[in-house]
Design a protein around this ligand. Structure first.
Ligand code: IMP
Length: 446
């Protein structure tokens, strides 16, 4: 049937978790393909709110298998706590499988993350990256340096012991490491408890492809945090792009049918790094307050700003989006106007429309050029109810124009719009909903 991937089109926190959870109802497998406990995918269920850090959202649905895939770096203690919490709340409805190739993220990595951030700060002012301090960078560095320990090693005590010994030798410069024997003991015990979940996941997914069972790849982090194509060095250490999701799952490129980009109707960023459309002051505070813009993992207030279509076009080319989901449109209802950045001016007077500067310093120096849109009315419960009943016809015309403009500018159909945190506050606009090339746009955006 189909393999689809959900990719964050901005700097993270686009409500990918919500869209993945909404789509998961139509899939048999949902796979997290990269990252680790730096992610926080929020899902608002009738039974309560859940933030998934390392489990795929498929675990919340009966009949779906949630796979924590090979591309991840997994904090096994955090993962067990997450499973336990879902079990206690009776929310663990699907099956859970953990890839034996995923790497372990250990307390050593968290210590190293903090140590590296402090080192950066001591070497140059404002040079800290503002990582989540969950150990992501050091865990990926060990993975690629071939010092890593994988989930498979958790259930092989001898291998675990020797690899841990090597890793401790490698990290001897770090202060405050836990006693190796203690860590080894608790990892071995944990390995015993997690063993039934740890398996090779590639054959499971290849079998699903052979049987025509649909697979959803749930990307974590986002395109503009990609270690190569994001705003380096203010990026994460994985590849949160569609290509990265394939590497992180072991699915061959030709099997991928659908690439769904998720973007907010505005923009946010946590951590350091260039953010051309950032707005501070009253409007920034408004977006932060109305959008509840605090990191789901670290609780840090998010930086807020306007939708940046140049970056969205770039993310579209990079990932090959076949459709877009635009989220949090309700947050803007009630403002006077919505500015949308369509191009940049560089300090030398050049106009950029498609491709941002590769250097983070140069990106920090551009001036965004905006088009302004009239805003739709506030999303009252009444309006939400009408949208649930009548669908696209009940969307305010100003919002339709806004969505039509995004389609036109990216040449990608906007197929979903999300207007609130709850599962049922997502509207499907239809397959291949209009792009500027389609004859429907004038009617649809009217
Ligand atoms: P790290 O992934 O913890 O190394 O952090 C590197 C950068 O990516 C920092 O700016 C983080 O704030 C950002 N980041 C990492 N994960 C997420 C996420 O899930 N949402 C938003 N930003 C993230």
């Amino acid at each position: 049937m189909s393999v689809a991937v959900v990719i964050g089109a901005q700097f993270g926190d686009e409500a990918k978790g919500k869209i993945s959870d909404y789509l998961a109802a139509n899939y048999r497998y949902v796979v997290r393909t990269g990252g680790g406990p730096n992610a926080g995918h929020s899902v608002h269920l009738p039974e309560g709110n859940v933030v998934l850090h390392q489990l795929a959202c498929g675990v919340l649905r009966k009949g779906v298998t949630g796979i924590s895939g090979p591309g991840m770096v997994v904090n096994p203690f955090g993962l067990e706590a997450e499973l336990q919490d879902l079990r206690e709340r009776n929310l663990l409805k699907g099956d859970v499988v953990l890839s034996d190739r995923a790497h372990l993220l250990l307390p050593l990595h968290e210590i190293e993350d903090g140590w590296e951030e402090a080192l950066r700060s001591s070497l140059a002012r404002d040079s800290a990256l503002g990582t989540t301090r969950r150990g992501i960078g050091p865990a990926y560095a060990d993975r690629y340096g071939r010092w890593g320990i994988r989930l498979a090693d958790l259930v092989r005590p001898n291998d675990l012991a020797s690899r841990l010994e090597m890793l401790y030798a490698r990290k001897a410069h770090l202060p405050g490491l836990p006693e190796r024997a203690d860590l080894q003991r608790s990892l071995t015990e944990l390995g015993g408890r997690l063993a039934p979940l740890i398996r090779p996941t590639e054959p499971i997914l290849w079998g699903a492809i052979d049987r025509d069972e649909p697979i959803l790849l749930e990307g974590a982090q986002s395109a503009l945090l990609d270690v190569d194509f994001g705003t380096y060095p203010y990026v994460t250490s994985s590849h949160p792009t569609s290509a990265g999701a394939l590497v992180g799952s072991g699915i061959p490129p030709a099997e991928l049918d659908q690439v769904i980009g998720v973007s907010k109707a505005y923009a946010t960023r946590v951590g350091a790094g260039p953010f051309p459309t950032e707005v501070e002051g009253e409007i920034g505070d408004y977006l932060r307050r109305e959008g509840a813009e605090r990191g789901a993992t670290t609780g840090r207030p998010r930086r807020c700003g306007w939708l940046d279509l140049l970056l969205l076009r770039y993310a579209t080319r990079l990932n090959g989006f076949t459709s877009l989901a635009i989220t949090k449109v309700d947050v803007l209802g009630g403002l006077e106007e919505v500015p949308v950045c369509t191009q940049y001016l560089t300090p030398s007077g050049e106009t950029l429309t498609l491709f941002p500067p590769s250097s983070a310093d140069d990106l920090a120096r551009v001036t965004p050029v905006y088009e302004r849109f009239p805003v739709w009315p506030a999303f009252t419960e009444r309006l939400k109810e009408r949208i649930r009943r009548e669908g696209v016809h009940a969307l305010p015309p100003a919002l339709k124009r806004f969505l039509g403009f995004i389609s036109e500018q990216t040449r990608v159909p906007v197929e979903w719009v999300s207007y609130g945190p709850r599962r049922d506050e997502t509207l499907w606009l239809g397959r291949g909903a209009p792009t500027h090339l389609g004859p429907e746009l004038s009617e649809w955006s009217g």
